[in-house]
Design a protein around this ligand. Sequence first.
Ligand code: ADP
Length: 489
Amino acid sequence: MFIVMVTPECAPAAKVGGLADVVHGLSKELGIRGHAVEIILPKYDCMRYDRISGLTKCYSDLWVPFYQQWVHCDVYFGWMDGLKCFFIEPHLQRNFFNRGVFYGHHDDGERFAFFCRAALEFMLKSNKHPDIIHCHDWQTGLVPVLLYEMYQQLGLRQPRVCFTLHNVGHQGISGEFLLREVGLNPASVMTHDRLLDDHRPGAINLMKGGIVYSNFVTTVSPRYGQEIRHTPLGMGLQRVLGVHHQKFGGVLNGLDYGVWNPEVDPHIAKRYTIASLGDKYANKDALRHRLWLRSGMKPLVSFVGRLDPQKGVDLILHAVPYCLDHGCQFVLLGSSLQGDINTAFWNLKARYNDHPDCHLEIGYNEELAHLIYAGSDLILVPSGYEPCGLTQIISLKYGTVPIVRNTGGLADTVFDADHAHKPYHERNGYVFNDYNWQGLESAIHRAIGLWNHYPGYFRELMANGMRCDYSWNYPGQNYLNIYNYIKAS
Ligand code: ADP
C-alpha cells in the first residue's frame, strides 16, 4: 500500500510533542511491514536540520492557488531516520513557516490551511496517487475537505483519508475568509453538518471538517475516544463524533522501541535491561551529577512535558515542594508557550535554585529527556486530560514508575499497584482519580512509601512496567486494518 502522511510534525526534526513521535513511529512500522510511506511537512526554519540527511530541492515549480494569487513553492526531499520526507517551502512575504517557532501565531489557521492546499497540489502535480492519506490534527483538517470538494474532480481519485485526533483541545477555529483563501465555496461547506462550529456562531472548525470529510477518524487511545464522544472533554465535538460514530475508533499509540529503549539508548550513561536493572542507577548518578543534585538514598521524582494547563501545571507546582518535604528529589524538564505559566516555573526555579535536591530545566532538550527517563525512580503525569500520553509509556520501558491521573491514555496504560483490577504482575504504577492535591498527594505518598519500605516490591513494579509491550506492533496492525477497510469501501 502507498501511504502519505500529511502532518505538521514528525520526530526527530520537527517535534513539539507526542504527535511527532506517533507520525515517526507509525511510519517506520508501516515501512517495516513493506508499505511505501511518504511524509509531507511544512519547511519550518526552526527544524532540527541536523536530523535530516540529504536535503535537496526536488520540485521547484509548484504554484499553489491561495487568496486570488498563485504562491510559488519549492519542495525539498530529505531522509529523517530512514523516512522519506517532503518539505514544502512557500515564497510568500508573510513567511508562513519562517517564524522561529512551530505554532503560536495569530494566523496559524491560514498557515496550515495553506499547507493543506499545497500538500494536495504537490500530490496532484507530482503524480502521487496514494491509497491512503493519513492526516493529523486540526492543522490538516482541510485536506479531506479539499480532496472531496476539489481535488477528486481534478484527478486525485484514488486516495482515501484517515484522520487522527491527537488532541481535541485545539480545533482550528477560524472565520469564513479562510475558506475563500483556499478556494472553497463557503455557501456549500459552511453548514452545521460540515464545517460550521457547533458552538461559536459564524465560525468554522477545521477539526470538525476533518471529521466530517474523512473516511475514518481515530483518536490516540480507546479511553480518550469514549471521553471525547460522551463527556465535556469532547470540547464541543461530541455531537459530530456521535453522528459519525461508525467511522470512529480509538487506537492506542505505540512507542518506537528503536528510539526509546534503555537497552540501546545512546543518550544515557549506562544501558540496562530487566536482567541488569542495577545498571539503571548509574543513570541516576549521571543525572544527579549533570544537574548538581546530591547523592544519597532518596527517590528521584521527575516531570517531562509541555507546561500546558492540560498537563496539570497547578498540581505540578504543588508536587515539587510536597516531594521535597517528603524526602524526595525532584527534576522537571518542560517549557510553555504561555507567559504566566513560564513565570510561575521561573519563580519556582529561583526559589529552589540552590536546593541540593531539586532542579527545574525550563526549555526543550531531547537528549536530557532520555537521561531523565533512565535516571528517575518515579515520573509524574497529573494531567487534567491526556489523549494518550507518551511520557508514561516511555517511563514504563525505562523501569521508571509512573504516577498518573485516571484519564485518557493514562488510564489505558497504567494500572495501580494497590487498586487495579489486574493480577499483580500486570500492575505497573500509581493512579489517582480526583484532579486535586489530595488525590495527587495520596498517590505520591503510596509510591514513595513502597520505594522506602518495600524495595523488593518496588523493583517488581519496575520490572512489570518494563515487560509491557507498547510497541507499534499492535497499533501498526490496527491502522493497517483501518486502511484496508476504507480502501475497500
Ligand atoms: P503531548 O503530545 O501532549 O505533548 P505526550 O506525552 O504525548 O504529550 O508526548 C510528549 C513527548 O514530547 C515525549 O516524547 C516527551 O519526552 C517530549 N517532550 C515534551 N516536553 C519536552 C521537553 N521540554 N524536552 C524534551 N522532550 C520533551
